[in-house]
Design a protein around this ligand. Structure first.
Ligand code: BES
Ligand code: ZN
Length: 467
């Protein structure tokens, strides 16, 4: 490419549309967990449908669900060619605490080779990386070497409640030889990777009630159960001094890694100290496991939120009648979300003192993922990723969860390749989410080369049994 093609900020004319498109899309606040944003999630779906057509997809449509809409798009060149199904999600996380953002979360700001804004990395940037890669191939060659389908979900951040039904209802239209899931990241800018494992998730709310009304803390205090104290004790008792979860049955089914697998994980270029220091966090967790192991191959039970009593200015001498908390577990092979939910619920009820009423409710859950190892689709992706980054591809076990991957693998019977270009300090779900633009540009190169690699393998070469 000639120097003249490089615009100010080091971004080429070929790359610029992705940035401008992403700015316009991120400006649509598609927060799926906020009912007031339902119209915005619809607008986000309409934006993507039009964008996909603009990039050369031959068909693009909005697929409504009982919750938020998904977007489907495809370009079928020739049914005898392999078909790739790309998965991403167009909904985003809430933005609170909003005052901690350096720029308004839905007014994307381009700075120092990054784009700041909610959804830039998780996951709108990834979807446009795919769409712009397609535009690029069509501009130069006029056709794709394979068939591409895109399914962009509208409620991944809210538990993917309707995704299974959506996939079942459209099984034929979604049929493919391989799925490429782009909603993950790599360990560092110079350490390219593919994700091969994700943890599952179960998310709950627990509420404790100890009286039928709030009580004057002088009139009743000292003589009654206090729901905040009860809840605090329940929560404090969930882990022992060695960082193990105390809930009976919690570890049922957990596969222990062999010493060989643990040695392999220890080889991954990852420094736990640096990882934690970069976010000002302190190491904690299960004794006998490294930071990497604690965040990937071990199950967790975390407290994600807690409330109860007076939260306003000054003092209010009252004992509340209720207190509550949000809890979640990250699950690993072969834990079952239903079994863990039953175990945690039973434990909390049993551990509460008489007179404390405990309600325990599942908000959502999703299974862990292990992608097939040594599948030709994965091998080809690893090769292409190393070529583009000019460094060996690292196989990553990720601590986060993407429940729809299980649905795609099970319902469509396709191998899933998890390729994403996020970085650990992209601050996804937190204030000042951002994406490093050249990661997206490199990702576009990967996509282009990967489609060629899959074309070369052909449908036959991709159809190796999953194992
Ligand atoms: N993109 C993330 C999953 C992820 C996080 C992948 C970190 C790689 C690194 C996804 O959007 C997400 O946030 N998933 C939720 C799932 C939940 C809402 C069911 C998660 O992990 O909390
Ligand atoms: Zn997310």
């Amino acid at each position: 490419m000639s120097g003249g093609d490089i615009l100010a900020s080091g971004i080429s004319a070929r790359e610029r549309p992705l940035v401008e498109g992403l700015k316009r899309w991120v400006a649509i606040p598609s927060v799926s967990t906020d009912p007031e944003r339902a119209r915005d999630v619809e607008a986000s779906a309409a934006f993507l449908r039009d964008y996909a057509l603009g990039c050369g997809m031959s068909r693009a449509e909005i697929w409504p669900t009982a919750g938020h809409p998904a977007v489907f798009a495809e370009r079928i060149e020739d049914p005898s060619l392999p078909t790739v199904l790309v998965y991403g999600h167009h909904d985003v996380q809430p933005v609170d605490p909003e005052n901690e953002w350096e720029a308004a979360p839905f007014e994307p700001l381009e700075r120092d080779g990054m784009l700041l804004g909610r959804g830039t990395a998780d996951d709108k940037g990834h979807i446009l990386m795919h769409m712009e890669a397609i535009r690029g191939i069509l501009d130069t060659r006029g056709r794709l070497p394979i068939n591409v389908k895109l399914i962009a979900e509208g409620e991944e951040e809210d538990g993917s409640e309707h995704f299974e039904e959506l996939v079942r209802d459209h099984r034929q239209q979604l049929a493919a030889d391989v799925a490429v899931i782009s909603d993950t990241g790599m360990l560092a800018e110079d350490v390219p990777g593919l994700t091969v494992a994700l943890r599952g998730l179960a998310y709950w709310e627990v509420r404790v009630e100890t009286s039928s009304t709030d009580l004057h803390s002088g009139v009743y205090g000292g003589a009654v159960l206090n729901p905040i104290a009860v809840l605090s004790q329940l929560l404090a008792g969930l882990h022992d001094a060695r960082g193990r979860v105390t809930v009976p049955g919690f570890y049922q089914g957990v596969r222990d890694l062999t010493s060989g697998e643990r040695a392999e994980l220890a080889q991954v270029p990852f420094d736990g100290g640096t990882f934690l220091a970069s976010v000002g966090a302190t190491a904690d967790g299960e004794e006998g496991y490294s930071t990497m192991e604690r965040r990937t191959i071990r199950p967790t039970l975390e407290i994600c939120g807690i409330w109860g009593g007076y939260q306003g200015e000054g003092a209010k001498t009252v004992i509340p009648s209720r207190a509550g908390a949000k809890l979640s577990s990250r699950l690993v092979p072969d834990q079952e979300a239903d079994q863990v939910t039953a175990a945690v619920g039973a434990h909390l009820r049993a551990a509460a003192p008489a007179g404390a009423r405990v309600e325990f409710e599942l908000i959502h859950d999703g299974r862990w993922v292990l992608t097939p190892s040594r599948h030709p689709a994965v091998d080809a992706a690893a090769r292409v990723v190393s070529e583009v980054w000019q460094a060996p591809c690292v196989f990553i076990r990720e601590g986060g969860s993407i429940p729809p991957v299980v649905t795609i693998a099970d319902e469509l019977g396709v191998p899933c390749v998890l390729f994403g270009v996020g970085l650990p300090d992209d601050r996804i779900h937190a204030p000042n989410e951002r994406v490093v633009l050249h990661q997206l540009f490199k990702g576009m190169q990967v996509v282009g080369r990967l489609w060629d690699a899959y074309a070369k393998l052909g449908r036959q070469g991709l159809s190796e049994p999953l194992g």
